[in-house]
Design a protein around this ligand. Structure first.
Ligand SMILES: Nc1nc(=O)c(N)c(NC[C@H](O)[C@H](O)[C@H](O)COP(=O)(O)O)[nH]1
Ligand SMILES: [Zn+2]
Length: 191
């Protein structure tokens, strides 16, 4: 339901707040949920940007933690996501399709879970904000997900909160700051 999705998206925002602000990426949170099991919905794993060592993304951390929790190699995490459960990955920001660092994009990591086990893997991605054009533009992530038979849903209800958290630590637009300073000066009534 939409309520349940918004509840998990709110959790991704809380997770993202643990991420150390940096001007070179976004602060993102991720929750992987299994629907359909005995205690559905069950949170299988969570992650946030830079949670694990290295230049790690939220989705990457959630997948890596899930794999290590079951002592299996990260790129075989799809084997855990069996067919009878409906696995949904919630991420505050749409999964990246390209990374300036050149590291494997999260959309590929998500697609790989389906590739290994066509009846299993992540079946749906829910995100709360499109990726701003700070680093890369024209994300192909949603197209790639659809091509890999993974559903996706963009719920913009929390987009402003998500982007505020995501872009903390980014240099504010100098021009905008200057004009706002000027307007403040101009607005001041003459002494
Ligand atoms: N979905 C998502 N989750 C994250 O945890 C994260 N940090 C980004 N950020 C996307 C952004 O496009 C990349 O952070 C830049 O392209 C820099 O690339 P690196 O992160 O250094 O590989 N996107
Ligand atoms: Zn990513």
């Amino acid at each position: 339901s939409k309520e349940s999705s918004l509840r998990f998206l709110k959790q991704t925002i809380d997770l993202a707040k643990n991420s150390p602000p940096k001007p070179t990426n976004f602060r993102v949170g991720c929750v992987i949920v299994a629907y359909g099991g005995p205690n559905s919905p069950q949170i299988l794993s969570t992650g946030y940007t830079l949670e694990l060592e290295g230049n790690t993304h939220a989705e990457q951390c959630a997948l890596r933690k899930l794999a290590s929790d079951h002592s299996i190699p990260e790129d075989d995490v799809g084997s855990l996501l069996s067919g009878e459960l409906n696995i949904v990955l919630y991420t505050s920001l749409e999964p990246c399709g390209k990374r300036l660092s050149g590291n494997l994009a999260c959309v590929q990591r998500i697609i790989n879970t389906r590739k290994q086990h066509p009846e299993g893997g992540i079946r749906k991605v829910v995100f709360g904000a499109k990726e701003p054009g700070t680093f890369v533009q024209d994300s192909q992530s949603c197209k790639l997900l659809t091509e890999a038979t993974i559903e996706w849903e963009y719920l913009p209800d929390l987009e402003q909160d998500i982007l505020t958290v995501a872009m903390e630590g980014h240099v504010k637009d100098e021009k905008a700051k200057d004009t706002s300073e000027k307007t403040k000066q101009a607005a001041k009534p003459a002494e």
